[in-house]
Design a protein around this ligand. Structure first.
Ligand SMILES: [Zn+2]
Length: 435
């Protein structure tokens, strides 16, 4: 399609066949994805459809509700598949044109009736990805020397040893020796943890560009099996994808977090009576907990998307060791001070008990979806739009719609429960792997 009235230059025969080949293989991949899920007719906006239920009564209403549920689940699967396909296309050709990614999105959007907001989210992901990729490519072109590039990215000025620097679509991937790895970590982190990640971490430049990079400790890699490197890279790159997603989906939560927590703390310290104080304290702690759950989500997805086992474990969320995954450490420490004695019980209830329960239930939900046949990657993209707290309800709905018939409520309830129950065992197995 010519843009701005300028005709594109004619392609040579070779170029034409190359384009055709790329298109046909992409088309085949999309067709394969389509085969998994039946199409939905027209745009399907669940909230609008639910509004139309009011006019109906009895069996009609129940039947319509069931239709909405199954369509919603199908649309969600297709939406996940669309995003997986976009990521696959990026992996196959990291230099893929932005327009080609848009066309993948729009090819899915029509048959599965994606709503306008869904399409906007998809486009925003592609735009953000494209901007980061271009930024990475431009910087690589500007600084061809590896050592210079790493110094520029990390701000380390001491002599450093670089094994290699690779360009991935989501971040630079830097391999270093142990000493350099330590220097970069110290430069990056604002808090020095007693036991920082020994193998790999994701960072970004401190300028307004925030160019992302991943650092892999090559010396520590030697103690692992050969394919560990791939596992660590896939883990860290998933964090980069998640950063893009969170900026799009949870932007207002993230922007408002500091302001709201400060306001709530002010209200708590200035409250008139104990009851009011208690109420503000709860809100204040939950505000921090929700923020921590975004970090849990990112770590959780990263662990689940490892291409080979790295030894990462969900146990890190429950350790309370002041390490890099103990996101609520600073608040618990505050609560432990003698002057906060009267609030310690509330803090423990929210920051330990409630927090742990939410994470355990989220892990169960993830597992329940894997048990009905989704791959880990599919579950990540099915759940990607929802905060961790909502995963159990969402998983339950998807399983109900996927597996059972609408007119047998008792059977349905029992069966769905069956899928959730044994996951506790599964969770224990998974959480203890390679501990
Ligand atoms: Zn991680």
């Amino acid at each position: 399609m010519p843009t701005n009235g300028v005709e594109p230059p004619a392609l040579s025969v070779n170029e034409q066949s190359e384009v055709l080949q790329t298109e046909s293989t992409q088309a085949t991949r999309i067709k394969k994805a389509f085969e998994k899920f039946p199409f939905i007719e027209g745009t399907f906006d669940a909230s609008e459809e639910i509004g139309s239920l009011k006019k109906l009564s009895g069996t009609e209403r129940k039947q319509k509700l069931w239709q909405i549920k199954t369509k919603l689940a199908r649309q969600r699967e297709a939406w996940a598949q669309c995003r997986i396909t976009i990521e696959q296309e990026i992996e196959i050709d990291p230099q893929i044109r932005k327009d080609d990614l848009y066309s993948v999105l729009h090819t899915f959007a029509i048959p599965y009736g994606f709503t306008e907001p869904q399409i906007r989210i998809g486009e925003a992901f592609i735009d953000a990805f494209d901007a980061k990729r271009n930024q990475i490519n431009d910087l690589r072109d500007q600084v061809p020397n590896d050592t210079e590039l790493v110094k520029r990215l990390t701000g380390v000025t001491d002599p450093i040893q670089i094994v290699s620097v690779a360009v991935s679509p989501y971040a630079f991937v830097i391999r270093t020796d142990d000493a350099t790895y330590g220097k970069i970590w110290e430069q990056q982190s604002t808090i020095i943890y007693p036991n920082y990640p020994r193998f790999a971490f994701a960072g970004e430049t401190r300028d307004s560009e925030s160019t992302p990079f991943v650092v892999i400790n090559q010396d520590s890699m030697n103690t692992y099996q050969d394919d560990a490197f791939e596992g660590f890279v896939s883990h860290e790159l998933e964090h980069e994808k998640e950063k893009i997603v969170q900026r799009i989906l949870f932007k207002s939560d993230m922007d408002d977090y500091a302001r709201i927590s400060t306001e709530l703390f002010y209200l708590f310290t200035n409250a008139e009576d104990r009851l009011e104080q208690e109420r503000y304290l709860r809100e204040y702690l939950r505000c921090h907990m929700d923020h921590a759950l975004l970090a849990v989500r990112s770590e959780f997805f990263a662990i689940k998307s490892e291409k080979s086992l790295t030894g990462s474990s969900f146990n890190v969320f429950f350790l309370q060791d002041g390490g890099p995954y103990d996101y609520l450490f600073f608040l618990r420490e505050w609560a432990d001070k003698p002057e906060n004695h009267q609030w310690q019980a509330i803090c423990k209830k929210i920051l330990v008990d409630e927090y742990t329960t939410i994470i355990k239930k989220a892990i169960d939900a993830f597992w329940s979806l894997q048990k009905v046949g989704y791959s880990a990657q599919e579950v990540i993209r099915v759940l990607v739009d929802a905060p961790v707290r909502r995963w159990p309800a969402d998983a339950r709905r998807i399983i109900e719609a996927k597996l059972y018939d609408y007119d047998d409520d008792a059977f349905l309830k029992a069966e769905v429960a069956r899928f959730f129950e044994p996951t506790r065992q599964a969770f224990c197995r998974e959480s203890s792997y390679l501990q």
